[in-house]
Design a protein around this ligand. Structure first.
Ligand SMILES: Nc1ncnc2c1ncn2[C@@H]1O[C@H](COP(=O)(O)OP(=O)(O)OP(=O)(O)O)[C@@H](O)[C@H]1O
Ligand SMILES: [Mg+2]
Length: 499
């Protein structure tokens, strides 16, 4: 029998995709008015479970209770009418419409109804105001807002639909650390007003700061539910990965050589101004700063993905200029893009094709026939190293969990034979086990004479991994810090410009 104390109860939920058992008899109970974290490794089944709750996926078996009542949720519409709203990473807003129109979009699409535009704007204003974001202009097109503000609009839209259960699936992966703080304040105030919040994240720090209770999933199963106060980070990690961990950042003795790439006064568009720094053989060079500081844009311009409007790129002593990313790759520079869904992987292609597309030559024998066995061995080795979770390397990338899609993008880059690697937020959205795996791979690469440029918003990652770090602010270099200067305090100082 369901207990009333719980707002949401999922009982014995099962869901398979072909041979993959994404949820196996999962029990998940959330109290009214709590912030409940749902954690687990990539592919553990978190998103699937939430898609079942919201009506995006049909469950194979099991029961759902809302407020103690057994319910049928067969479509997202059913979920919405029960007050369940999901805020996805890829927001469901219409960029060309205004903030107000997005918030009340359901009413705009109702047929044959006259819209009182002034009233709509007023209601949107007061809705945003009540969330503490009265400064967001309701007449602006959503496409002109920052990502953080788009997220607020999305939450506001959910509340306008009378959401009482708010599900956030990795909401901070698109935010900078300062912006995450704002989101947390908003979520706490919603909790205090009685909204039940389910929070999925791989950032454990956040979970300890924000959540009241934590449910851990592993391999489609419910491992346990705990009060946050009962656990520490180490214990949580071992529950998630099923083993204990020594340290987050594997030790490395840097062997730094000559300068391999030098940037002189790079500028691009309006966002990148006079950026200069160099990167050396065997070095992990961090690039950090607030979101919008121009980190990604600067490196995209060097890589040939965006126009390089000024300045020089000097590669091994010779000036170069790449018109396209393909040219950069030919010269041994590879980049893992930030937006991996758009640029990193071919979603509707198998893992095999994604990884080896760029290096088919190395598997081709004298008769120009691809040696499939050799290719398969190579791919399987990478898949194992990155612990990519998939039933088979013939599966399409679109069938993988979010984190595993990212790992395929990394595998693809590693297969490209580049010696200078630009990694834009490589651990965003990947679980702790895989994160450490990625750190190990970076360490291996630099030990073998590669140069790695690591763009990251996570201060701990910059401090733990980098030999030096460039801090950017407003499109320019605010400072270049040596290993011994890499402290949280310094990073904040330079990225905020309080020097
Ligand atoms: N539409 C789908 N088709 C086929 N398999 C799927 C589909 N959606 C999920 N899966 C599989 O179900 C399993 C669970 O995936 P899910 O997306 O729920 O994981 P997750 O815990 O959200 O992981 P992540 O942290 O990487 O986002 C994975 O093995 C995934 O490949
Ligand atoms: Mg997921």
């Amino acid at each position: 029998m369901a207990e009333m104390q719980y707002h949401v109860e999922l009982v014995n939920i099962c869901k398979s995709f072909g041979g993959v058992r994404a949820c196996r008899n999962v029990n998940f109970r959330v109290k009214a008015g709590e912030i409940h974290a749902l954690v687990g490794e990539n592919g553990a089944g978190k998103s699937t479970l939430m898609k079942i709750l919201s009506g995006a996926y049909a469950k194979d078996s099991g029961d759902i209770y809302i407020g103690g009542q057994k319910v049928n949720i067969n479509s997202p519409k059913d979920g919405l009418s029960l007050g369940i709203s999901v805020i996805y990473q890829e927001f469901a807003l219409v960029g060309s419409l205004t903030v107000a129109e997005n918030i009340f979009i359901d009413q705009l699409s109702e047929k044959g109804r006259l819209i009182n535009w002034r009233r709509l704007r007023e209601r949107a204003s007061s809705a945003l105001e009540s969330l503490g974001f009265g400064s967001i202009p309701v007449d602006k097109a959503v496409s002109e807002l920052s990502v953080a503000h788009r997220q607020v609009v999305e939450i506001c839209k959910a509340l306008a639909r009378d959401a009482s259960v708010l599900i956030l699936d990795e909401p901070t992966s698109v935010l900078a650390s300062g912006e995450a703080g704002q989101l947390f304040r908003l979520l706490r105030s919603l909790r205090d007003k009685g909204v039940t919040i389910i929070y999925i994240s791989h950032r454990l720090e956040e979970i300890f700061k924000l959540c009241d209770r934590i449910t851990v999933m592993k391999d489609g199963c419910h491992v346990g539910t705990y009060k946050t106060a009962e656990l520490d980070e180490k214990e949580l990690v071992s529950l998630m990965i099923g083993r204990t961990l020594e340290s987050y950042f594997p030790a490395r003795k840097p062997k730094i050589g000559e300068t391999v790439m030098k940037l002189e006064n790079i500028s691009s568009g309006k966002t990148v101004k006079n950026v200069s720094f160099e990167v050396r053989r065997g070095e992990v060079l961090g690039i950090t700063g607030l979101v919008g500081a121009g980190r990604t844009e600067a490196m995209r311009a060097v890589f040939g993905a965006d126009p390089l409007d000024g300045g020089r790129v000097i590669l091994n002593g010779r000036q170069v200029r790449f018109k396209t990313p393909e040219r950069a790759v030919k010269h041994g520079i590879g980049m893992l893009p930030e937006d991996r869904k758009a640029h990193g992987v071919l979603l509707e292609m198998p893992i095999r094709t994604n990884i080896t597309l760029t290096r088919l030559k190395s598997f081709t024998g004298p008769l120009k026939i691809i040696n499939r066995k050799k290719e398969t061995r190579y791919i399987e080795d990478l898949v194992k190293r990155l612990s990519i979770k998939a039933a088979s390397i013939e599966d399409n990338v679109s069938s993988l969990s979010g984190g595993n899609q990212q790992k395929v993008a990394i595998a693809k880059l590693l297969a490209s034979d580049c010696r200078i690697l630009i990694l834009d937020e490589p651990t965003r959205g990947v679980d702790v086990g895989a994160k450490i795996e990625i750190y190990n791979i970076i360490n291996d690469l630099v030990a073998n004479g590669f140069a790695v440029i690591l763009i990251s918003s996570e201060m701990a990652e910059i401090i733990g991994m980098c030999d030096r770090a460039v801090v950017m602010k407003d499109g320019s270099v605010a400072g270049i810090l040596d290993k011994n200067e890499l402290t949280e305090e310094n990073l904040i100082k330079y990225s905020m410009g309080v020097n």
